[in-house]
Design a protein around this ligand. Structure first.
Ligand code: AHR
Length: 513
């Protein structure tokens, strides 16, 4: 049997020669230890530009766009199909200026405020706590509320939790009932501020750790053990921030620590979302792949204080960040979404899947019309971006048993620089089907991948692919289906060895039985 395998690999190798080198991937099905938390496939919606207003919420008097209580039905349907597990709201930087009490009760009585971080526009508070939590129920997603630590109070936070979660009679739960909601929503996920090192209050980690302890003390669990408090985490490679929080916050008051990391060329010149150069493509992918190092090193710090891995790493902001589309408000962060973004999504989700022992949640920034969005809207029109399609293809990994993979990689070469061309992750779902997600980031080369399986025998393979003739390709309101997944015929399974032919800049998800 072993001889047959060796012979087959030799045959595959010789056919692969026609395409240059090949990557060899091994799935260690006999070494599964962790499941992939479905919340790794989470999203983030901030009061920023047209994410909430026009993107999600169009007001309850809009007759032109079908909606339920002002939330677009087309957006809800697309999010349901995506199987969005969790949505973070209301920010981002906005969260530390947000006073939740201004966003409940009759809309005509709600005070307005200035959205100081995002263009100084007037926020009328018409989309508030009920609107968000009811929307999550419709989508089937868990809500994740980011609390105001920067400019709020402990009392506000403690009362917000009482308002949304307390089943008995109390001033806050009575107010909720008076505002039309009897049953509590049972919200589990609460962020204790956002980017406390920056827009959330410019704090030191030591000061924030103390603040966190104070807030967490008054965050009562009304959910019978479900409360999940997430500390405002590090900016990219600030390992000291993670270290101080892990050291100074008692672990019985800490369920998760956040991490924010964006794939950006340079804050001074982020480059366009479309019509980027080959160098810009390479740099963005290089920066996206850096997530591997960040997650590994933050996890190492966490392992030192929490070897049993009780505290989760929550990457609650990630994605590609470019210059805004010409002619749009620079503070609204509206950008197109190309096959380059599909590459970012594919490799990043593979990294999260492979680190699911520590990464328990991640939230793509942001859900609609902002940064690496899965949905773009223009009045009554809606498009699903290449990033949407990757997240939809990958949703088979949600809650599945992770299968460790090892990759003997090949290079994607740009001038004198190289990156690993192939990215992979795998899992086995509750029906026993194994899914393997593969990305070939090389924009020019078809790459061959040989996949071996240790501990499992497969007989059937099928799959889908997302690819297009150029990495610049994207969906537009005139051509909404230019980029979409189709069934994939480039995988061949013989004698338990799989050979896959991955076109340039492609994402493939295979199902193996
Ligand atoms: O996602 C946009 C902004 O990026 C968020 O508001 C903030 O948390 C981060 O700096």
């Amino acid at each position: 049997m072993r001889k047959v395998h060796l012979l087959l690999i030799a045959v595959l190798f010789s056919s692969a020669m026609a395409y240059g080198q090949q990557a060899v991937i091994t799935l260690h099905g006999d070494e599964s230890k962790y499941s992939i938390n479905k919340n790794i496939y989470g999203h983030f919606a901030e009061h920023l530009g047209h994410c909430i207003y026009d993107g999600i919420y169009i007001g309850d008097t809009n007759k032109l766009i079908p909606n339920t209580e002002g939330v677009r039905n087309d957006v809800i349907a697309a999010l349901k199909k995506l199987k969005v597990p969790v949505i973070r709201w209301p920010g981002g930087c906005f969260a530390d200026t947000y006073h939740w009490k201004d966003g409940v009760g009759p809309k005509k009585d709600r005070p307005a405020m200035v959205n100081k971080w995002w263009g100084g526009v007037t926020e009328d508070n018409s989309f508030g706590t009920h609107d968000f939590l009811n929307m999550c129920e419709r989508v089937g997603a868990d809500p994740y509320l980011t609390c105001n630590v920067g400019s709020g109070t402990v009392q506000d936070v403690s009362q917000w939790i009482e308002y949304v979660n307390f089943a008995g009679k109390s001033p806050m739960s009575d107010w909720r009932r008076a505002n039309g909601r009897d049953k509590p929503w049972q919200v589990k996920y609460f962020g204790v501020g956002n980017e406390a090192w920056g827009c959330g209050g410019s704090m030191t980690p030591e000061y924030y750790a103390n603040e966190y302890r104070k807030y967490a003390t008054f965050m009562t669990d009304y959910t019978n053990g479900g409360l999940y408090r997430i500390a405002s985490g590090a900016n990219a490679d600030d390992y000291h921030w993670t270290e101080v929080l892990m050291r100074d916050i008692p672990h019985d008051m800490l369920e998760g620590i956040a991490l924010h990391y964006y794939s950006i060329i340079d804050w001074g010149g982020k480059g366009p979302a479309v019509n980027f150069t080959r160098e810009q493509y390479f740099t963005i992918l290089k920066n996206a792949l850096r997530m591997e190092e960040l997650v590994t090193r933050h996890s190492t710090v966490m392992d030192k204080y929490d070897p049993e891995k009780k505290v989760g790493l929550v990457v609650d902001e990630w994605g590609g960040w470019y210059d805004v589309e010409p002619g749009t408000n620079p503070a609204f962060l509206f950008q197109q979404n190309t096959m380059r973004d599909a590459m970012i999504a594919g490799v990043t989700l593979n990294i999260f899947n492979n680190h699911c022992d520590r990464v328990r949640m991640a939230n793509l920034a942001q859900m609609v019309n902002v940064l690496q969005a899965v949905i773009l809207t223009d009045k009554e029109k809606i498009i699903l971006t290449p990033t949407y399609h990757v997240m939809e293809m990958y949703n088979v990994h949600q809650g599945a048993e992770q299968i460790p993979v090892t990759v003997s990689n090949i290079n994607y070469v740009q001038g004198k620089d190289t990156l690993p061309a192939i990215s992979a992750s795998a899992s086995k779902d509750k029906n026993g089907v194994t899914h393997l997600s593969l990305v070939n980031i090389d924009p020019d080369k078809t790459n061959m991948v040989v996949v071996r399986f240790s501990g499992t025998v497969y007989r059937k393979v099928s799959g889908r692919i997302l690819a297009s003739s150029s990495v610049q390709d994207h969906n537009s309101f005139d051509d909404p289906d230019k980029v979409k997944p189709v069934s994939f015929a480039g995988a061949e399974l013989r004698d338990n060895v799989l050979q896959v032919k991955l076109p340039p800049a492609s994402v493939v998800v295979l199902a193996l039985n």
